[in-house]
Ligand binder design. Sequence first.
Ligand SMILES: Cc1cc2nc3c(=O)[nH]c(=O)nc-3n(C[C@H](O)[C@H](O)[C@H](O)COP(=O)(O)O)c2cc1C
Length: 286
Amino acid sequence: MIWPTDRFHRPPSPSSGSATEALANSAHRLSSAAHVMVSSGSKSQSSPAADPGSPLPGSLGPRRSGASPLRWAMEFNPEMLQVQDRYKLLIGSITPRPIALVSTVSPEGQINLAPFSFFTGVGSDPMTVLFCPANNEHGQDKDTLRNCRKPPAGGTGEFVINLACEGYIRKVAAAAEPLAYGENEFDFVGLNMAPSTAVEPPRVAESPVCFECRTIKVLSTGDKAFGGNIVLGKVLHVFVQDDLIDDKRRIDQEKLGTIGRMGGYRYCRTSDQFEITPGKAALEGE
Ligand SMILES: Cc1cc2nc3c(=O)[nH]c(=O)nc-3n(C[C@H](O)[C@H](O)[C@H](O)COP(=O)(O)O)c2cc1C
């Protein structure tokens, strides 16, 4: 995805542009402070917090909250932020995000594949999932969304969510290449297609878990560039690689190898895991 250039948030440094640009940047940063004091929870800390540094644009003005000054925080009104800064706050803090590698097919039968990390399960009765393809920089549907729309809205109303795993994570990232509508990202990245059972789009043969879905609804949260869309799907068929699931339908968490998306271009593995019993029992292990 190509975002508008972030001119103001680069720290002024000799390597990040001209001296004039650096000065303009710091002046802009200082013009709208957003620092807030918050409690860190540590009662022993009594000295004032360190200088919070330059404030960011689009913030609410300097404020202090909490009984004792412990550390600085920033608060933002999203309406005052540039779109790319709202995006950075979302993807830099809602982490880690699972990645849905979504395969679709156009009404003309052209196959498409793209990754989406704004993705989660919704409910179990019926079994439902959602993912969120944003509008492109022209305010138009990405190819996946176009294909996922129901037939009266120009799509085929079907999609497959293929889990993204460590073994082919570079191919997952490569599938984000914005190819022309109708060009097949399976071929472009070198992933293999396997026939699905309940829907037309193929599943990713390398993926150990695939959810074959029919679109229930597409909800738009904004029709401008980078506005959001929620694609809600009913799961019609689930594929799970045999050696990953036991007879109680438990998926082997060690073997699954799913990858999480973090902020920027960062990812994380799921190989470092631990267990906590929910509720009151969780506190007993402290
Ligand atoms: C790991 C990863 C996760 C992504 N998640 C999203 C997302 O949640 N929403 C979105 O609109 N774009 C996301 N993108 C960007 C899309 O994959 C990209 O815009 C792609 O070209 C869309 O393809 P399409 O036009 O074939 O649908 C992501 C990219 C990567 C590499």
